[in-house]
Design a protein around this ligand. Structure first.
Ligand code: ADP
Ligand code: MG
Length: 264
């Protein structure tokens, strides 16, 4: 190695060791920029470190979204409130700010299929990710299956600990499938733990008086609703299914065309 290259080689080695990939990538080009700007050493270092920090935050945000395991990414910009006037837009916009998370409040989205409950749950949870919160999306059926599997493999505590570390846990589609007694009890434990540790966003097509049917026990349902609704924002979406409406819109013009005598 020639003497001139030595500092660069060592610098790159140190930057790798320190896990500073942005500094490693940009220290040379930033030196040229700063030389041209007449910037001093301090400014050079500040600019580089700033970039490292921004990149690190961006990578962390991407990791949070990956770890959240969203089925699809949905955001509030694509939600049409006019199509679903039963949804309280003002409340949703307020919840998007994420203050409910610090207060460990829950969000319950109740209503018919196709009214955008999952969309809203995803959008709220995605906003929480962007605000630096640890989030996880589950359909209730998937979570219950995982809980039962983990218990059989004596791994239940690990999953429970993982869930407790979250700030927002989404439980989508409560009520689509009834549970076994064991499933209901395991889900009850998750909801009880959440009450102590973090927020839940729950979507369901059931009204509260129907919950006993899927949990099987009136006592369990009572205790569960008590915890779930103690600090809770309840949103109802009771309009027409968005999908159904879109489908109707698409079929209508064709049907008219067909019946029109001049239609080609
Ligand atoms: P739900 O969970 O209430 O059954 P979804 O959230 O799955 O309904 O909505 C079904 C589909 O329709 C999704 O693709 C969703 O993005 C879309 N959708 C529903 N409501 C709206 C809305 N008001 N604006 C835009 N898209 C909507
Ligand atoms: Mg849904």
């Amino acid at each position: 190695m020639n003497e001139k290259d030595k500092p660069a080689v060592l610098l790159e080695y140190y930057l790798k060791k320190l896990k500073l990939p942005t500094l490693l990538r940009e220290y040379a080009s930033m030196a040229v920029v700063c030389r041209n700007d007449g910037a001093d050493y301090q400014t050079y270092l500040m600019r580089l470190v700033e970039r490292e920090l921004l990149d690190r935050e961006k990578r962390a945000a991407e990791r949070r979204v990956r770890d959240a395991d969203f089925p699809v990414i949905k955001t509030m910009d694509t939600y049409d409130f006019k199509a679903q006037p039963s949804v309280n837009e003002r409340l949703i916009r307020e919840l998007m700010r994420g203050e409910y998370i610090d207060k460990k409040e829950n969000i319950l989205l109740i209503g018919n299929p196709g009214t955008g409950k999952s969309h809203l749950a995803c959008a709220l949870a995605f906003a929480a990710c962007a605000q630096g919160q640890r989030v996880r999306f589950y359909t209730v059926t998937k979570l219950v299956t995982e809980l039962i599997e983990c218990r059989e493999e004596r791994n239940l505590q690990r999953l429970q600990k993982q869930l407790q570390r979250l700030k927002v846990l989404v439980l989508d589609e409560l009520g689509y499938v009834p549970f076994s007694k064991a499933g209901a009890e395991l889900l009850f434990e998750v909801i009880s733990q959440a009450y102590e540790h973090h927020s839940l966003i729950v979507t369901s097509n059931l009204s509260f008086d129907e919950w006993t049917e899927i949990f099987g026990s009136e006592r369990l349902t009572g205790a569960l609703l008590d915890r779930l609704t103690h600090r809770c924002h309840i949103l109802e979406a009771n309009g027409e299914s968005y999908r159904l409406r879109q489908a109707k819109k698409q079929t209508k013009p064709r049907a008219m065309k067909k019946s029109h005598p001049d239609a080609k």
